[in-house]
Design a protein around this ligand. Structure first.
Ligand code: AMP
Length: 285
């Protein structure tokens, strides 16, 4: 029996209601497609933890601003479906834009505080677009566990807070970042990189590792960390640094002094690709 590809909201709801009525638990993995091992790691995990793994493939226009890469975002549904099936996904929702947004959408979901720094500051429309589509997908899928990558660490926290605030019947599960052998975090947007940019991109993880090493060595000054990580990224001529931050791992708030669990996050442009990466670190007692 092959993977079941469903294009309408009503048909997916009916199918998942039927599965739940038969006592099956649902693991859900929302994606924008052009899948790689980062995505399939979430699918494998969902298939392990739950009776039925369900994925979605939808390039969500709400989270792109005018001038961003909505029209050129890479797509390959046939290849994606084969990868989903290999990862143990049984049902895929692949709706059209018209199916998801038959009329101009009037409702938006904004998660204050967590959405504001870093990605929220650089892309002010972004998290409202993400939270709105994820709220819609959670409403379509219904009670489930939903798997998100730490690759998009701020997004993971925003989605988890939204589900909590709105009492959604969804447990949000965070999963580790999957990387290329040289350390570059896998991303659908890595296809935008030229050979030279691709070779330069692991500088992001090098900067994060240096930051984490300073935390482990007892550095307490957040500004010293930001400066050191920025220097490393800026030393790479093909990288254009957006931010290098260290924040509280749970609240994403800036720190007066490094203590407890922190998260180091960087974003930089490489040609037309904007890449993100992050790493956790724990300050010594
Ligand atoms: P996207 O298709 O980029 O919207 O990503 C869909 C999901 O896959 C999100 O939860 C991402 O955080 C996750 N994801 C993307 N890249 C990776 C990666 N390299 N490792 C782990 N998860 C990832």
């Amino acid at each position: 029996m092959g993977i079941e590809v469903i294009e309408t909201i009503a048909a997916l709801r009916a199918r998942l209601d039927e599965l739940r009525a038969a006592g099956q638990s649902i693991g859900f993995v929302p994606t924008m497609g052009y899948l790689h091992k980062g995505h399939t790691s979430l699918m494998v995990r969902a298939a392990q933890d739950c009776d039925v793994a369900v994925g979605s493939i939808f390039v969500n226009p709400l989270q792109f601003a005018a001038g961003e890469d909505l029209s050129t975002y890479p797509r390959d549904l046939e290849r994606d479906l084969a990868l989903c099936e290999q990862a143990g996904v049984q049902v895929i929702l692949a709706p059209s834009v018209e199916e998801m947004y038959p009329t101009p959408i009037c409702t938006s979901v904004r998660v204050a505080e967590l959405s504001e720094p870093m990605e929220g500051a650089s892309r002010p429309h972004f998290f409202t677009g993400v939270a709105t589509v994820v709220a819609k997908l959670f409403s379509i899928v219904g009670p489930c566990r939903a798997y998100f990558g730490e690759k998009d660490y701020q997004q993971l926290l925003v989605v988890r807070q939204m589900a909590l605030d709105l009492s959604m019947p969804v447990e949000v599960v965070g999963c580790p970042i999957v990387r290329e052998p040289d350390g570059l975090a896998m991303s659908s947007r890595n296809v935008y990189l030229s050979a030279e940019e691709r070779a330069a991109a692991p500088v992001l993880l090098r900067a994060l590792r240096e930051g984490a090493a300073l935390v482990a060595a007892g550095e307490r000054d957040p500004q010293a960390l930001r400066v050191r990580m920025s220097e490393i990224v800026m030393a790479e001529p093909l990288a254009s640094l957006d931010y290098a931050e260290v924040v509280d791992a749970g609240t994403l708030q800036p720190l007066e002094a490094i203590a407890g669990e922190v998260r180091l996050l960087v974003a930089a442009g490489f040609g037309r690709a904007r890449l993100l990466d992050n790493l956790g670190a724990t300050a010594p007692q």
